[in-house]
Each structure stands twice: as C-alpha cells, then as structure tokens.
Write a protein that binds this ligand. Structure first.
Ligand code: ADP
Ligand code: AMP
Length: 210
C-alpha cells in the first residue's frame, strides 16, 4: 500500500499517519520530521531548510525530492509507506510519477481554515520520534512527555499564529492544486478532517479499502 496524506498544515496528517501506519505495518515518511531532525543535527540540509521553515515557506523542491528519493530506497519501504507532508507542489508530485512511483490512494483531509489556528496553538510535538499531540484533543499520558519514547515535548516555532497564516496561504496556492493532479490520475479520496481523531482514522481506512 502506497498512500499519500494531503491536507493543510494542522489538518491531522501526522496524527492519522501514525495510527494508519501502526494498523497497516508500514512506515510513515514525514518530510517535516526529517527536516526538523536535520536541523537538530545541524546537517547541511538542515541549515538550508531552517530559514524557509521558520518563515512558513516551502523548502525548495530539489532538496525535498532528494531526501524522499533516498528515504524510499531503504528496505523498510519495500512493502509500502505513507507520505505525510510530501508532495506539496506539482513538481514534487510529478517527480514521484517520473520516478515510476504510483500511489494506491491519495487521501485529502478536508478542514476549515478557521479550525486550524486552535489546533496549532495546542500542538505539542516530540522532536525525537515525531509524534504529535494536542493539549486538549489528544493529550499525552503525562503532560509534556512523549507516550512513545519518554522524551520532552516541544512547541513548534512555526506554529505561531502569524506563521500559521503564511503556511495556510502557501497551502492554498501551492499544495491544494495537487487535488486536481491526483483527481486526473483517478486515485483521490476526500475525507472530512473536522471529525474526532478516531472517526477520521475509520474514514481513511474505509477510503483505502483496508
Ligand atoms: P499535520 O501533520 O497535518 O500538520 P497534526 O497531526 O500534527 O497535523 O495535527 C495538528 C494538531 O491538531 C495536533 O495538535 C493534533 O494533536 C491535533 N489534531 C489532529 N487531529 C485532530 C482532530 N481530528 N481533532 C482535534 N485535534 C486534532
Ligand atoms: P510539516 O511538518 O509537514 O508541517 O512541515 C513543516 C515545514 O517543513 C513546512 O512549512 C515547510 O517549510 C517544510 N516542508 C515539509 N515538507 C515539505 C515539502 N514536501 N516541500 C517543501 N517544504 C516542506
């Protein structure tokens, strides 16, 4: 199963990717998590990406395409994977197609812009394992500690309201057109992202026939 989760920042892609990946036994590839790890490790890619991310802009396509190509060639991707946060532009989607990588299903998680800001202000993330929590809707068992790896949780710098507004504008301009791209390929499914977390998981599993 090769699956893409599309959606605005804060739509719940990371939250759902974690649940679906556990259910299907395939890895999630989150470009945002890979880039945050690169920044934390001070790598060349991290240094190149940081300015774009802090401002809520997209990291250049060539950087992302290189990272994803490398990651998808690893053995754990052989049985399938979930892409979370990639592709985000038509050239990224085209690069996947050109590499002969075709997706069983592309799920677009539809959510109103008005809901996003509340989700982002309550988001807490684990920089060690990439897990995403919300102080009210999906709290960790112990405040500010990751359930999975026990590391402290952080607030993402780009979840500040003014950066979230830039990221939403970028989403509508650069990423939303991907819905038309995949609709033409015949593998697009829409899921209502305004529901409780467990209901969305069930809707995605139905959409992908799992
Ligand atoms: P994305 O990966 O699309 O940016 P996340 O999965 O990190 O989004 O979710 C953004 C925030 O909203 C997190 O704090 C998460 O816990 C919370 N969240 C995710 N799905 C829901 C939901 N269905 N209802 C309420 N809050 C949610
Ligand atoms: P995310 O964790 O998916 O919200 O991504 C956080 C930030 O990382 C984005 O705002 C971008 O700056 C960058 N990023 C992540 N994935 C991509 C991508 N596929 N293309 C370009 N930039 C990306």
């Amino acid at each position: 199963m090769k699956l893409i989760l599309l959606g605005a920042p804060g739509a719940g892609k990371g939250t759902q990717a974690e649940r679906i990946a556990a259910k299907l036994g395939i890895p999630t590839i989150s470009t945002g998590n890979i880039l945050r790890e690169a920044i934390a490790n001070g790598t060349e890619i991290g240094l190149r990406a940081k300015g774009f991310m802090d401002q809520g802009q997209l990291v250049p396509d060539d950087v992302i395409i290189g990272i994803v190509r490398e990651r998808l060639s690893q053995p754990d991707c052989a049985k399938g994977y979930i892409l979370d946060g990639m592709p985000r532009t038509i050239p990224q989607a085209q690069a996947l197609e050109d590499a002969g990588i075709h997706f069983d299903c592309v799920v677009s998680m539809e959510i109103d812009d008005a809901v996003i800001e509340r989700r982002m202000t309550g988001r807490r993330v684990c920089l060690a394992c990439g897990a995403s929590y919300h102080v009210e809707a999906n709290p960790p068992k112990t405040a500010d500690v990751c359930d999975h790896c026990g590391k402290p949780l952080s607030v993402r710098k780009d979840d500040a309201p003014e950066t979230v507004r830039s990221r939403l504008a970028v989403y509508h301009r650069e990423t939303e057109p991907l819905k038309g791209f995949y609709e033409k390929l015949g593998n697009l499914k829409l899921v209502d992202g305004n529901q409780p977390i467990a209901d969305i998981t069930a809707a995605i599993l139905r959409a992908i026939g799992a």
